[in-house]
Design a protein around this ligand. Structure first.
Ligand SMILES: Nc1ncnc2c1ncn2[C@@H]1O[C@H](COP(=O)(O)OP(=O)(O)OP(=O)(O)O)[C@@H](O)[C@H]1O
Length: 258
């Protein structure tokens, strides 16, 4: 009778994989209208289960048809989210930084280059003083190659002068986002995907929505200098990270890139 209590290793693996899948689905849908659709479907599923248990033939039949035909409807409704999901999985660079192989440091002959966060933040605070708008995306484990190709590629070691020159108002490179990989500026004038989250306050424009968009879809982090207020924002996982001082921001950034 208590057969179901017997747990095998595969059951645990199954649960862990479902949890990971649910986490990614949640991460993808968090803050978007699509989450309401998921809640709606979960609600119908719950009612269907109850009607089945109570043997309410007609209602459970109708809901059953609705749910079975719903897979195709789901693909249509979630077309964009499914694309993002596959993109997120497909662009994960499993051997990069935090990857398994990199945990085994002694197997590596290559020295990992550390991003000089201090220089990036110094450039940001200089730009903040002059209210120069800037959007800097720092790659982590998800490859940003799919974005780099839509901008101008570059290969310049990170330093204050390079970043400030890129975002200088009259510079031909100042528009769009700049991407940093390891300690190099690898692309400028990149157009980022805009977030469709309904939670972003109306006072934020396209620069902020682009920063939220790319950090929702990948694990990259963004530093943004507002042209309007001169405020520096640090954005991660589609959300603003709060910090009390530049030193604290530097600490957080270093930790996230470690
Ligand atoms: N999709 C995008 N990808 C990258 N950069 C973008 C994108 N959309 C807008 N930008 C950048 O943001 C600038 C416009 O920012 P906008 O004023 O709309 O944003 P904002 O969030 O209000 O920021 P700010 O506080 O700096 O004004 C553009 O000049 C462009 O450089």
């Amino acid at each position: 009778m208590l057969d179901f209590i017997e747990f095998s290793f595969l059951d645990i693996l199954d649960i862990v994989l479902v949890a990971i899948l649910l986490y990614y689905v949640y991460k993808l849908l968090k803050g978007t209208v699509a989450i309401n659709i998921v809640i709606g479907i979960a609600f119908i599923f719950l009612i269907w289960t109850i009607t089945q248990a109570l043997k309410m033939e007609m209602l459970s039949g109708i809901l059953g048809y609705l749910l079975s035909g719903g897979v195709i409807a789901l693909i249509i409704v979630f077309q964009q989210e499914i694309r993002k999901f596959l993109l997120m999985i497909g662009t994960t660079n499993y051997t990069n930084k935090k990857g398994f192989l990199n945990q085994l440091k002694f197997l590596q002959s290559e020295i990992t280059i550390e991003t000089e966060t201090g220089k990036i933040l110094k450039a940001c605070s200089n730009m903040a003083k002059t209210k120069t708008g800037a959007l800097i995306v720092i790659e982590r484990t998800n490859s940003l190659d799919f974005l780099i190709n839509n901008g101008d590629t570059m290969n310049a070691l990170v330093n204050e002068v390079i970043l400030e020159s890129i975002f200088f108002k009259n510079s031909p490179l100042h528009d769009g986002a700049t991407i940093i990989r390891d300690n190099y500026v690898v692309a400028t004038r990149v157009v980022l995907p805009i977030s469709d989250s309904t939670k972003i306050p109306a006072r934020f424009g396209l620069r902020h929505k682009a920063a939220i968009g790319i950090t929702e879809k990948t694990d990259a982090v963004c530093l943004l200098v507002s042209e309007e207020t001169g405020e520096i924002s640090y954005i991660k996982d589609g959300e603003f990270v709060l910090y009390a001082s530049n030193d604290e921001l530097n600490e957080k950034l270093r930790k996230d890139l470690a």
